[in-house]
Ligand binder design. Structure first.
Ligand SMILES: C[S@@+](CC[C@H](N)C(=O)[O-])C[C@H]1O[C@@H](n2cnc3c(N)ncnc32)[C@H](O)[C@@H]1O
Length: 410
C-alpha cells in the first residue's frame, strides 16, 4: 500500500493517463521529475525502470522506500523487541525532565479544558525562547545523537502536537537510530519506520493535512482537537508500519533510482551522463506555495538535525525554495527544463493547469515545447479534484482543470 499522507497536488486521477501514454512510448527509464508521493510512478508500477526525483527529503524517502528498497518493513512482532528498550530509555529520561509539564498537560486534556491547555502551551519549552536554549540547540545541531533525543519536545510541543506526543516521536527516533547503529535493524527498516513516523505525526496532528500553520483549540474544533491530542504516536506508528509494501520485485527495485535534487540541476546533469531517462514526467508546483513550508515537520523528523526554527509556524531555516513557485523565476525555469530535456532526446510529459503561476500556460507551454521538440501534443485537458488542503488559497478540495502535454523528438 502507498504512503497514507495527504499531499498537495498529488496526481492520483491523472496518473492513469500518464501511465497509459508512457506505455506506448520507447522502453527505458521513466523519470518522475517532481515525484511528490510518487502517484504516477505507482500507476506505472514494475513495467519499466522507475527513477524518482524530488527536492524534498520526505518525497525522496517515499521513493527510496517504495521503489528502491530491497525489503519491505519488518513485521511489528519482529521490530518492536529490537527497539522497545531504547524507546523506554529515552522516554523515561524525557518524562523525568518534563514531569510537571506532562502532568499539567494530561490534566488539561482529561478536563477537556481549552483554557488550561493553553496555559500549558505557554509554559512548554521552545529552543528559540532565550539565548541559553538557543545555545543548547546549536550544540545539539552539531551533535544530534546526544542522549536524550529532544528535538520535537523542545520545538513543537503545544503547536502541531502535544508534549507527550513529541516525547514519543523523539523516543522512537532515538530507538530507531540506536537499533540501526547496533545493527539490530537494517537501513531499509529504518527508512520504513521513519516514514511510518511521519504518517503517525499526520494522523495525530489537528492540521488540515500540512504544517504551514498549526491550529489552536477553539470551541468549534474542541472535540476533534482533544481527541487527536490524546492519541498515542507509538500506537499509530505500529498501525501504519504494517500497511506498507514496496512496489514490484526486489530485483526490479534494484534497477530503480531515487534522487533528491533540484529538477533543473538533475536534468542538466543527465546531459553529461550515458544513462538517460527515456520518458520524463514533469509535474511542477503550480502556485507560489512552497512545499518546504507545508511539509517542514517531515523534513525535520527525517533530518533530525536540530535546525533553527523561525516564525509562529516554526519553519526550519534554510528550507528549499523552488523557482517553479517563484513568480519571477517560473517562466525561466520552464524554459530551462524544456530546453535541456529537448537536448536529452527523452520524451517529455508536463502536467499543468491553465491558471497556474506560469501565465497563459495553455499557449506558452506548447510554444516552448515546439522550440525544442519535433512533435508536440496536448494529450488531455480534464477537470479533477485537487487537494490544496487549506493552502493559501483557502479551499480544501476543489475542481481544477489540468492539462497534459507530450513532446518527443520522433
Ligand atoms: C505537484 S507536486 C508533485 C506531485 C506528484 N506528481 C504526486 O502525484 O504526488 C510538486 C513536487 O515538486 C517538488 N518540487 C518543487 N520544486 C522542485 C524543484 N525545483 N526540483 C525538484 N522538486 C521540486 C515539490 O517538493 C513537490 O513534491
Amino acid at each position: 500500500m502507498p504512503i497514507g499522507v495527504s499531499y498537495m497536488g498529488t496526481k492520483r486521477q491523472l496518473a492513469q493517463y500518464v501511465a497509459a501514454t508512457s506505455s506506448v512510448t520507447d522502453d527505458g527509464p521513466f523519470l518522475d521529475l517532481f515525484a511528490g508521493i510518487c502517484a504516477a510512478s505507482q500507476a506505472i508500477g514494475s513495467t519499466r525502470p522507475i527513477w524518482c526525483n524530488d527536492a524534498q527529503t520526505f518525497s525522496h524517502n517515499v521513493a527510496s522506500a517504495f521503489f528502491c528498497s530491497q525489503t519491505g518493513p519488518s513485521t511489528v512482532v519482529d521490530l518492536t523487541p529490537k527497539i522497545a528498550g531504547f524507546y523506554e530509555k529515552n522516554k523515561s529520561a524525557l518524562t523525568e525532565r518534563f514531569s510537571d509539564l506532562l502532568q499539567d498537560e494530561q490534566t488539561a486534556l482529561d478536563q477537556v479544558s481549552i483554557a488550561n491547555l493553553e496555559k500549558c502551551h505557554a509554559t512548554f519549552p521552545y529552543f528559540e525562547d532565550n539565548l541559553n536554549t538557543q545555545k543548547k540547540r546549536s550544540a545539539l545541531h552539531r551533535r544530534p545523537a546526544t542522549f536524550p533525543y529532544r528535538l520535537f519536545s523542545m520545538t513543537y510541543a503545544g503547536t502541531y502536537l502535544s508534549l507527550n506526543q513529541c516525547l514519543e516521536i523523539d523516543s522512537l527516533r532515538y530507538a530507531l537510530d540506536r537499533a540501526k547503529l547496533e545493527r539490530k535493524i537494517e537501513q531499509d527498516d529504518h527508512r520504513w519506520a521513519c516514514l511510518a513516523l511521519c504518517e503517525a505525526i499526520a494522523k495525530c496532528s489537528p492540521t488540515t493535512g500540512h504544517f504551514a500553520q498549526f491550529l489552536v483549540p477553539k470551541e468549534s474544533n474542541k472535540s476533534r482537537y482533544f481527541l487527536l491530542r490524546k492519541k498515542s504516536i507509538w500506537r499509530e506508528w505500529l498501525k501504519v508500519i504494517s500497511t506498507y509494501t514496496p512496489v514490484g520485485t526486489a530485483s526490479w527495485r534494484s534497477e530503480n533510482r531515487a534522487y533528491c535534487k533540484d529538477a533543473l540541476e538533475l536534468v542538466a546533469r543527465f546531459r553529461f551522463l550515458k544513462s538517460k531517462p527515456t520518458f520524463i514526467y514533469a509535474d511542477p508546483p503550480y502556485t507560489d506555495d512552497q512545499y518546504s513550508r507545508y511539509y517542514h515537520l517531515y523534513e525535520t523528523l527525517l533530518h533530525y538535525d536540530y535546525p533553527r526554527t523561525t516564525a509562529k509556524a516554526r519553519y526550519r531555516e534554510g528550507r528549499f525554495n523552488s523557482a517553479f513557485s517563484t513568480k519571477l523565476k517560473v517562466r525561466q525555469s520552464f524554459e530551462k527544463m524544456i530546453g535541456m530535456t529537448g537536448e536529452l532526446g527523452s520524451t517529455l510529459m508536463i502536467s499543468y493547469p491553465p491558471n497556474g503561476l506560469l501565465k497563459d500556460s495553455e499557449i506558452e507551454i506548447p510554444k516552448l515545447l515546439k522550440q525544442h521538440f519535433k512533435k508536440v501534443n496536448r494529450v488531455v485537458k480534464i477537470s479533477h479534484q485537487h487537494s490544496s488542503m487549506g493552502a493559501s488559497k483557502g479551499i480544501e478540495r476543489h475542481a481544477v482543470t489540468e492539462m497534459l502535454f507530450l513532446a518527443s523528438q520522433k
